[in-house]
Design a protein around this ligand. Structure first.
Ligand SMILES: Cc1ncc(C[n+]2csc(CCOP(=O)(O)OP(=O)(O)O)c2C)c(N)n1
Length: 568
């Protein structure tokens, strides 16, 4: 029986295991919306297509399943661009489906025609223009395969209106074979044995743990390696959760706002073992002075990452879980008791960061809020953040024990990501307690999605870290632009009244004494609740490695905490 391209698309999605998709309708995608009613697909109606892409991304990051976003042609498609670029930079598997004008109109500047294939070429792992119903099913198969295989990433399917409306007989049995499916080469045994030699003879080794551990489903193998080797571990922002925060070898986050002792340990190390991370500039600082005494081993599924930023002594392109499984029988742990003692000493020097020492002087600090949230949720929540100071404080003070519980835009640093990503995570994991921790700036970029929350009955908790500024930019102005606050003081609406307008529970918190009660109340409230934390306005994130500076040249807290009671 011939069926329409729109029906084929929906059936193909169901066959891929898709149950939820995030989108916004329009003329060029209407046949698919009409067909969707016949299939077991939950469509979440967003308020802006950017929201749909971030929701699909949050869905993917919370579970590892491919997230799906759908929009119409022209402005619907272009509104997706930021979300696609966000997913690309962080290797998140999403499939975006856009309607396109009829195939005979392409190139005629037809109403709502835009070349989304051209626009998204550099920000997708792959994209497809489908102009015939016959191609729909195989393209969907291939798109999902590409999105999740190897180094994951976003794939876009642009489908013309006639390809949705015309009919053909789908040949499901013929599309199991996927053209582009590539098998990875087995890890090079010579490189593996060189790596094991370097590990055995190291005296000051550090493992650099990245998101690839989560994306490659290598958490178990990684843990086994860490336990057996005894090597201390620094994590990237996106690697948080790859090893429980409470694990004794987990030193915490590295990089621009990483723990001082992690950055110092990296600079003093004699061997870096980088796993599923890409030596981003926010992690390395000045490359010329980065870990000058260290040999480097780099394992990544994407061969293009090896040697891209940092020259390495041993590069292994391959599946991390497989590499680590191969290593284990031959692993000789390094002898490094002095190194462990040295790192303990470095930690001791920075013990001022210990939250217990924070004075409760009537001011509300963002670090207090995040710390208390961590404690009150027993570290068990899935947290989606926005971008800025609150994002760094979250990474510093919410101690994640489990994989895939921090969802944050690392590579693109996309403000507006947090709220929709939290919605996507909740749709993917209805069982989980999901918090969106956002700034007053970023929240205003996508807060229209509060209506999505109401319409779809989504139950998340929202914590706005409200400092009245575009905080992270204000911090840069304070440090590097003579304190001239150009365009960073931020007027905001009363967020509790915004929430109230949507019928959502909300509360303003101005002192630390109110935090536990407010969080408890929000957690007990059925449905979404919003907390507006009015935190200290000119607080800064420490330590800080200025962009491009040496990793050890960290700006530390200017005066002792006991005196200022300010920064944490
Ligand atoms: C879409 C977008 N525009 C601009 C920026 C640059 N930027 C980075 S952090 C930041 C300030 C964020 O302010 P807010 O959301 O209030 O969070 P805070 O830093 O105060 O925690 C800005 C403007 C960005 N990352 N993303």
């Amino acid at each position: 029986m011939p069926i329409t391209g729109a029906d084929i698309l929906c059936e193909a999605l169901v066959r891929e295991g898709v149950t939820d998709l995030f989108g916004y309708p329009g003329g060029a995608i209407l046949p698919v919306y009409d067909a969707m009613l016949k299939f077991p697909l939950r469509h979440i109606l967003v308020r802006h297509e950017q929201g749909a892409t971030h929701m699909a991304d949050g869905y993917a990051r919370a579970t590892g399943r491919v997230g799906v976003a759908i929009a119409t042609s022209g402005p619907g498609a272009t509104n997706m661009v930021t979300g696609i670029a966000t997913a690309m930079m962080d290797s998140s598997p999403i499939v975006c489906i856009t309607g396109q004008v009829g195939s005979r109109l392409i190139g005629s500047d037809a109403f709502q025609e835009t070349d989304i294939i051209g626009i998204t070429l550099p920000i997708t792992k792959h994209n497809f223009l489908v102009t015939r119903p016959e191609d729909v099913a195989p393209v969907v198969r291939e798109a999902f395969q590409l999105a999740r295989s190897g180094r994951p990433g976003p794939v876009l399917i642009d489908i013309t209106k006639d390809a949705q409306q015309l009919s053909c007989e789908p040949r499901w049995e013929q599309i199991v074979h996927v053209r582009h499916q590539r098998t990875l080469p087995a890890p090079d045994p010579q490189q593996c044995s060189r790596a094991l030699d370097l590990i055995a003879s190291a005296r000051r080794p550090v493992v650099l743990a990245g998101q690839g551990i989560l994306l490659g489903d290598a958490v178990r193998e990684f843990r086994a390696f860490v336990d057996a080797s005894g090597i201390p571990v620094g994590v990237t922002l996106l690697g948080i959760g790859a090893l429980p925060a409470s694990h004794p070898q987990n030193l915490g986050m590295m990089g621009m706002h990483g723990e001082a002792w992690v950055n110092t340990a990296i600079q003093e190390s004699d061997l870096l073992i980088a796993m599923g991370m890409r030596f981003d500039d926010r992690v390395t600082g000045n490359l010329k002075t980065y870990a000058p005494h260290a040999r480097k081993i780099h394992i990544d599924i994407d061969p293009a990452e090896i040697g891209k930023n940092v020259p390495v002594d041993v590069g292994i392109a391959g599946d991390l879980a497989e590499v680590l499984r191969g290593w284990m029988p031959m692993l000789v742990p390094p002898r490094a008791p002095e190194w462990i003692a040295r790192i303990d000493e470095l930690k001791g020097e920075s013990a001022v960061r210990d939250i217990q020492q924070l004075p409760d002087d009537g001011h509300l600090y963002a670090a207090h809020v995040i710390h208390d949230l961590w404690r009150l949720t027993n570290g068990g929540a899935v947290v989606a953040t926005d971008v800025g100071q609150h994002q760094m404080w979250e990474a510093q003070y919410y101690h994640h024990e489990r994989p895939r519980t921090l969802i944050t835009s690392g590579g693109l640093g996309t403000m507006g990501f947090g709220l929709p990503a939290a919605i996507g995570a909740k749709v993917a994991r209805p069982d989980a307690e999901v918090w969106a921790i956002v700034g007053d700036g970023g929240f205003q970029m996508t807060m229209a999605e509060l209506a999505t929350i109401v319409q779809e009955g989504i139950d998340i908790k929202i914590a706005i870290i409200n400092n009245g500024y575009l905080g992270m930019v204000r911090q840069w102005q304070e440090f590097f632009y003579g304190g001239r606050y150009a365009a960073t003081p931020l007027v905001s609406p009363d967020f509790t009244r915004i929430a109230g307008a949507y019928g959502l529970a909300a509360r303003t918190i101005t002192s630390r004494a109110q935090v536990a009660d407010a969080v408890g109340e929000a957690r007990r409230t059925p449905g979404t609740a919003l907390l507006d934390f009015r935190v200290e306005q000119e607080d800064s994130v420490y330590p800080m490695v200025p962009a491009g500076a040496d990793l050890h040249a960290m700006i530390r807290r200017p005066s002792p905490l006991a005196e200022t009671g300010a920064d944490v």
